[in-house]
Design a protein around this ligand. Structure first.
Ligand code: A3P
Length: 296
C-alpha cells in the first residue's frame, strides 16, 4: 500500500482534543495497541524541538560501534521509526518498529503524553524528551511546514504565529506538550527531560547526563565520536541524517537541516509580535515551573 505519487497537503482536525492530520491517526488502532518492550527507548518531542538530533545521538551511542553499517546504509527515519506516522510514501511507523532487528529499539513520537500507547508505561520504558523554547520552535515549524507537503498549508508567518499561539498545530499546543511531559516526569522516574538550548550550549555535559540516565559509560574517545558525528554541519551533509531521501520535502524551499541555532526567532518576530507572544506565553505558562531560555 505504498503510494508513489506526491501527497496533497492534509487538513487539521480535532482528535481526542488535539489537532492532528490523518497521517498520524490513520494507523491509530495499531498505534494504541503497540507492544513496547522493556528496553525500548522512546524519544518524545514536540515537532521541531531537535528530534532528529537526539535520535542521531542515541543511534550513534548504541550502534555507532556495533553496527557502523547502519550509519551509511539506513536513513535515520528507518533506524528510529516514527511511531504514529502513516505517510503512505513509507511503511507505517508501527510496522518499521515491529521489524527492527536491533535492540534496544529507538522509537520516536510527537504524541502529547496522554496519547502515548499504554504499553510504554506498563513496560516502564525509558523516555528521552527534548524541549525547545517556543519562539525558535515556532520559527522552525513554520519553515518545516513550508517545505513539507505532508503538513497542512502554513499560510504566512503572521498567521502561523497566531495558529501556534492558539494551539492549532499538528500535535496540539506546544504549551500543553512541554508542560504535561514535564509533569509526567514528576511521577515517572524514567523520563530524561532535555533542552535544545542546553545541547547547543554544552553537548559534552548533556551527553554525560544522557549516558548516566541510560546506564551507559562510553569511553572519552567514543563520546568524542558521538559529539563530532552529531554536529550540525556533519548531520546536514550526511544523507542518512538530513532527510534528503524523503520524497515529500522540497529542500529548494527550505532544507530540513535549516540553521540549528538558538535565537533565530529574532530574525523573524516583529516587535509587536514579540510583545503579543510574551503576553500570551506568560498567561499560558503561569502554572508551571518549567523555564526556557531564548538565547544562550
Ligand atoms: P531549525 O529549523 O531551527 O534549523 P526536528 O528534528 O525535531 O524536526 O527538529 C529540527 C530542528 O533541529 C531544525 O531546526 C534543525 O536544523 C535542528 N537540528 C537538527 N540537527 C541538529 C544539530 N545537529 N544541531 C543543532 N540543531 C539541529
Amino acid at each position: 500500500r505504498i503510494q508513489t505519487e506526491l501527497p496533497t497537503r492534509p487538513l487539521l482536525f480535532d482528535f481526542h482534543g488535539v489537532s492532528m492530520t490523518h497521517h498520524f491517526t490513520d494507523n491509530w488502532e495499531k498505534v494504541q495497541s503497540f507492544q513496547a518492550r522493556p528496553d525500548d527507548i522512546l524519544i518524545a518531542t514536540y515537532p521541531k524541538a531537535g528530534t532528529t538530533w537526539i535520535s542521531y545521538i542515541l543511534d550513534l551511542l548504541y550502534f555507532g560501534q556495533s553496527a557502523p553499517e547502519r550509519q551509511t546504509s539506513l536513513p535515520i527515519f528507518m533506524r528510529v521509526p516514527f511511531l504514529e506516522s502513516d505517510f503512505r510514501v513509507l511503511p507505517p511507523g508501527t510496522e518499521v518498529a515491529d521489524k527492527l532487528p536491533t535492540s534496544p529499539r529507538l522509537i520516536k513520537t510527537h504524541l502529547p503524553v496522554q496519547l502515548v500507547p499504554k504499553s510504554f508505561w506498563e513496560q516502564n520504558c525509558r523516555v528521552v524528551y527534548v524541549a525547545r523554547n517556543a519562539k525558535d520552535n515556532v520559527v522552525s515549524y513554520f519553515h518545516f511546514d513550508r517545505m513539507n507537503m505532508v503538513e497542512p498549508e502554513p499560510g504566512d508567518c503572521n498567521n502561523f504565529l497566531q495558529r501556534f499561539m492558539d494551539g492549532k498545530m499538528v500535535f496540539g499546543p506546544w504549551y500543553d506538550h512541554v508542560t504535561s511531559w514535564w509533569e509526567k516526569k514528576q511521577t515517572h522516574s524514567k523520563i530524561h527531560y532535555m533542552f535544545y538550548e542546553d545541547m547547543i550550549e554544552d553537548m559534552g555535559r548533556e551527553l554525560d547526563g544522557l549516558c548516566s540516565f541510560l546506564g551507559l559509560s562510553p569511553s572519552e574517545e567514543e563520546k568524542e565520536r558521538v559529539i563530532r558525528g552529531s554536529q550540525f554541519d556533519n548531520m546536514k551533509n550526511n544523507n542518512m541524517a538530513n532527510y534528503s531521501s524523503i520524497p515529500v520535502m522540497d529542500f529548494k524551499i527550505s532544507p530540513f537541516m535549516r540553521k540549528g541555532k538558538v535565537g533565530d526567532w529574532k530574525n523573524h518576530f516583529t516587535v509587536a509580535q514579540n510583545e503579543q507572544f510574551d503576553e500570551e506565553y506568560q498567561a499560558k505558562m503561569k502554572n508551571t515551573n518549567l523555564q526556557f531560555r531564548t538565547a544562550v
